[in-house]
Ligand binder design. Structure first.
Ligand SMILES: Cc1ncc(COP(=O)(O)O)c(C=O)c1O
Length: 373
């Protein structure tokens, strides 16, 4: 299979995990005595930067006095290759949150617009919409914690003027999937005034065979934007790099709202090195699967219901008051996810290293003994 095509599919990512040597899959950084808290609150990658990315950052420091222009074209080309397209379809951002901001800023096209999102979902999009003339419609997830596409579609149909539809798949905070075939059938029938933002931040963690990227649809349809990040599987949350894939006209239009010359040079070289590392995805997926298993085992042991996770975090039930639970966790040295209304009897935990998840399992058992969970 051609390498580009190989990288594109979720299934291919799964196969990559199976075909990498065991030493790669077993990789975890050497244990360190952690001075601070157990940080399971922001869906970060506990493995840290890929070794090649770390070296690239150190070498890249010699360019820190220059504007970040030399690595920008190679990065755009590498991303384009990854998605089987050309650099004109790639929009770079200071984290994928910048791409989301730009999509929202451009989305009303000067008129009053409707923003249609799931409830709950990742909040950045609705936050970025606040200064703009949007009417925001929050559509509860289905009983299976997927986006309620039928209801969202009806809102889009009724919207007067431009509508922006945010589909986060897998969804944050639930880590659940929405059926890609159903999304595609909506997109292919929707009028151009409906702009789809498909956030695939957790793409590489998914194993489900029915899951796939919408990158090819984004390249050909001016009303589709796929958003990706280097913060999750590539472990670069602190460096800030993300991108969008879109039709060349859309990329040009959205660029008008984007920050000039971004991301910074160190983020660019780290992203490039990460894309060139053949093991980074398999390593991250394997570590995530190990940590997630420890977590779901302890949740099962304690009879704490949890949603099926297709990402690097798990949403699980918490009896009692969520804020009290979070405060107690913090006092016990563990940071867990923020509240995600309306799911206020659920807590989101990010997956850490094996040892960290064992520590967290121990804390949960202690909480059970105290009658707190
Ligand atoms: C679904 C989703 N999209 C986007 C982002 C923003 O990521 P970035 O670090 O690339 O700005 C996050 C961060 O957690 C996220 O969960």
């Amino acid at each position: 299979m051609h390498r580009r095509t190989f990288f594109r599919t979720g299934v291919a990512a799964g196969l990559a995990s199976l075909t990498r040597p065991a030493s790669v899959l077993a990789y975890e950084p050497p244990p360190i005595r952690r001075a601070g808290p157990l940080r399971l609150n922001s869906n970060e990658n506990p493995l840290g930067l890929a070794p090649a990315a770390r070296s690239a950052v150190i070498e890249g420091l010699t360019e820190a006095n220059r504007y970040p222009l030399v690595a920008m074209a190679p990065l755009r080309e590498a991303i384009a290759r990854r998605h089987g397209t050309t650099p004109g379809h790639v929009l770079l951002g200071n984290g994928s949150t910048e791409i989301l901001r730009v999509a929202v800023a451009a989305g009303t096209m000067g008129a009053t617009g409707t923003l249609i999102v799931a409830d709950p979902t990742f909040e950045d999009v609705t936050d970025y919409a606040k200064p703009f003339p949007y009417r925001t419609v929050r559509v509860p997830l289905t009983s299976g914690f997927a986006h309620d596409l039928e209801a969202m579609r009806e809102h889009a149909r009724q919207a007067d003027g431009p509508a922006v539809v945010y589909l986060c798949n897998p969804n944050n905070p639930t880590a659940t999937l929405t059926d890609c075939a159903e999304i595609e059938s909506w997109i292919t029938e929707a009028p151009e005034r409906v702009f789809f933002v498909l956030d695939e931040a957790y793409f590489e963690f998914v194993d489900d065979r029915r899951y796939r990227s919408f990158d090819q649809l984004a390249v050909t349809r001016p009303n589709v934007l796929v958003v990706r990040t280097f913060s999750k599987i590539f472990g670069m949350a602190g460096l800030r790099a993300g991108y969008g894939i879109a039709h060349a006209d859309t990329t040009a239009r959205l660029n008008g709202y984007a920050t000039q010359i971004t991301p910074n040079h160190l983020a660019q070289v780290a992203a490039l090195a990460s894309l060139e590392d053949p093991d980074v995805i398999a390593r991250g997926r394997a570590a995530n699967a190990r940590g997630r298993r420890i977590l779901t085992d302890v949740l099962d042991e304690l009879n704490l219901e949890h949603l099926p996770s297709h990402a690097n975090f798990v949403m699980h039930h918490i009896p009692g008051d969520l804020r009290t639970y979070q405060r107690r966790m913090r006092e016990r040295g563990a940071w867990v996810g923020r509240p995600f209304p309306p799911m206020l009897s659920h807590n989101r935990v990010s997956i850490g290293l094996q040892a960290e998840m064992e520590e967290f399992a121990g804390i949960l058992r202690e909480f059970r003994q105290k009658g707190w969970v």
